[in-house]
Design a protein around this ligand. Structure first.
Ligand code: CA
Length: 580
């Protein structure tokens, strides 16, 4: 590895009374840390260039005698692991919740030692979905046209209830056995890679599950933030950069617990910081990841997060990380993107942020009448604020996710509005992400509880009446939506200028928003029309772009024709035109 230092955490009764020794060429024991808890030792190793893969003993001595020995295994590096490519705006990401996608192995639904048993009748319970369910349906995802999968956390969540979502991790090194094994995960990444699909791991460093093994015997008193009585985060990410913020508000935001079952990890504790950094590097290397989605990014210590990112990029320069920054406005979101506000002393190193402001604007645009500030103008105004971001092209963009209303619900399952939203998502700037079932116009209303956003994917369970994977018993709308999504994704994948071309947009007029993705060879014109009557669009208004091109075809046509002076746009439509 680029970094030759490795820190081991050893947890065993009274281990601090012993002294470790290592006799292995290329491996040096540099330092031993003892904490206030005698059941822990932290051992700093240096792995030199001449170290060879294999196992060696760590011998623990007392009174000149070996009291205990541990066999440590040093693995060979994966070839070219440091050249691993991350995800970017040439990708289309599919977000899925593993418990709710497909149950490939009913044998792991209930596992010995795991507190919560499967109960598909409980909306907040575990339904049995797993890694095999994902692996079995990679063909479906490949044919859909996605090139990357962000899987909600797969690590062990051994909690008594309500942990199917995966965000209460109880072991950072172990896949939850109800999802499969660590090896199953490695195999999934390899199988996905063979289909040119990248895997993005969902990580959580702000908190762990209260049943994490170390909560029963904390390595140091300050491993987690502790208060006299339970103190919940105020969830006000805005306090972090607010020049008028109260110091106490800031502290509660960062150090308060995310929930009563989710203790807040103290990343300022250097031993925990090393643990978390090494954990990420281990997963990237071991599983062959192409990216990380970091949960609750603003809630963790920002100096630590920057150090974490730098450490990962030192090992994997082409890697990418998206941070979940669930904030309402563009500047609050942009604060977490690298080099956006370089004068801020906590200036971020994060490459990608979740673009909630654009998600809200796109959803609102289709339900509000156009005006000086509302409707399609809301999209125009939100994108006009891109000057605040250092790199809006790397923003993760979406119409919905596992925490908010499904897009189809927001637009009352209106077919025309749905097509307009999907077309916008796949043609504007950023890295588009589709939430599983979005391709079927799946609905979900947060006011009915989070479970309503996370229904089982139809066909993922044996005996499902509808099987969307095989196209069996689908409603007409599901079938149409799936076909449209496939065509749209194929079109984006086949036309790189739609992924990376410059975005130029024009002020909305007549309930119509026109924008281009273009370079010197090709221009794509997208026309979103919310009028209830056909609109005649005079192309001379766009001559600054179109003067370079002489022929045009629409998304539906196969051949170019000479460029017209006007086009007639259908009511409630989004159309893509290509110019050469
Ligand atoms: Ca299962």
């Amino acid at each position: 590895m680029h970094n030759h230092n490795l820190q081991l955490l050893v947890h065993k009764a009274k281990i601090a009374e012993l002294t470790p020794e290592i006799k292995q060429d290329g491996v040096s024991l540099m330092k031993v840390h003892r904490t206030s808890n005698p059941n822990y030792l932290f051992i700093d190793l240096e792995i030199e260039e001449n170290a060879v893969a294999g196992s060696f003993n760590i011998d623990f001595y007392k009174d000149g005698k070996v009291q205990w020995s541990y066999k440590y295994v040093l693995l060979e590096r994966t070839k070219d692991a440091d050249k691993r490519e991350g995800f970017n705006n040439s990708d289309i990401i599919y977000l899925l919740m593993p418990d709710r996608f497909a149950n490939g192995d009913r044998g792991n639904d209930n596992m010995p030692g795991m507190l919560e048993k499967a109960d598909r009748n409980n909306p907040d319970g575990r339904h049995g979905g797993d890694i095999k369910g994902i692996a079995d349906h990679l063909d479906y995802l490949e044919q859909l046209g996605v090139t990357a999968i962000w899987i909600n956390p797969l690590l062990e969540n051994n909690m008594p209830a309500y942990s199917y979502h995966g965000y209460a991790i109880t072991d950072f090194y172990k896949v939850d056995p109800r999802f499969g094994s660590n090896q199953d995960y490695v195999d999934l990444v390899a199988k996905a890679k063979s289909k040119n699909i990248k895997i993005i791991m969902d990580m959580v460093f702000n908190h762990c599950g209260i049943n994490h093994w170390w909560m029963k015997d904390l390595p140091t008193a300050d491993w987690v933030h502790q208060f006299d009585k339970f103190t919940r985060s105020n969830y006000r990410g805005e306090a972090l950069m607010d020049p008028h913020a109260s110091a106490n508000d800031k502290m509660i935001m960062s150090d308060g617990w995310f929930d009563s079952g989710m203790p807040d990890l103290n990343q300022k504790e250097p031993l925990l910081a090393s643990y978390l950094i090494q954990n990420s590097i281990w997963w990237i290397e071991y599983a062959g990841l192409s990216g990380i989605r970091m949960d609750t990014y603003p809630y963790a210590d920002q100096d630590f997060m920057n150090r974490w990112i730098s450490s990962l990029y030192e090992e994997y320069p082409e890697f990418n990380i998206v941070g979940e920054a669930w904030l309402q406005t563009v500047p609050h979101t942009a604060y977490f993107q690298s080099t956006t506000f370089p004068n801020d002393k906590k200036s971020s190193k994060l490459g990608s942020v979740t673009d909630f402001p654009l998600c809200y604007a796109a959803n609102n645009a289709l339900n509000h009448k156009d005006s000086w500030t509302e409707g399609l103008t809301g999209i125009y105004m939100t994108l006009s604020e891109d000057f605040v971001y250092s790199n809006a092209d790397s923003n993760l963009i979406f119409l919905d996710n596992h925490d908010i209303n499904r897009f189809a619900t927001n637009i009352h399952a209106d077919w025309d509005k749905w097509k307009m939203g999907m077309t916008f998502l796949l043609t504007t700037r950023g890295i588009p992400m589709i939430y599983y079932g979005g391709e079927l116009m799946m609905e979900g209303d947060k006011s009915k509880g989070d479970a309503d956003l996370r229904h089982d994917f139809p066909g993922g369970w044996k005996g499902d009446v509808t099987d969307a994977f095989k196209g069996v018993n689908m409603t007409e709308k599901q079938g149409k939506a799936l076909e449209f999504t496939k065509k749209l994704l194929k079109y984006r994948n086949d036309n790189p200028i739609l992924q990376t071309g410059k975005l130029t947009h024009f002020i909305p007029q007549n309930d119509t928003y026109v924008y281009f993705r273009h370079d010197s060879t090709t221009a794509y014109m997208m026309v979103m029309c919310k009028s209830d009557k056909p609109v005649s669009l005079d192309l001379s208004r766009f001559s600054e772009i179109l003067d370079s091109f002489s022929s045009m075809k629409s998304f539906k046509e196969s051949t170019f024709d000479s460029k017209p002076e006007q086009i007639l746009v259908s009511p409630m439509s989004a159309t893509i035109y290509q110019f050469k």
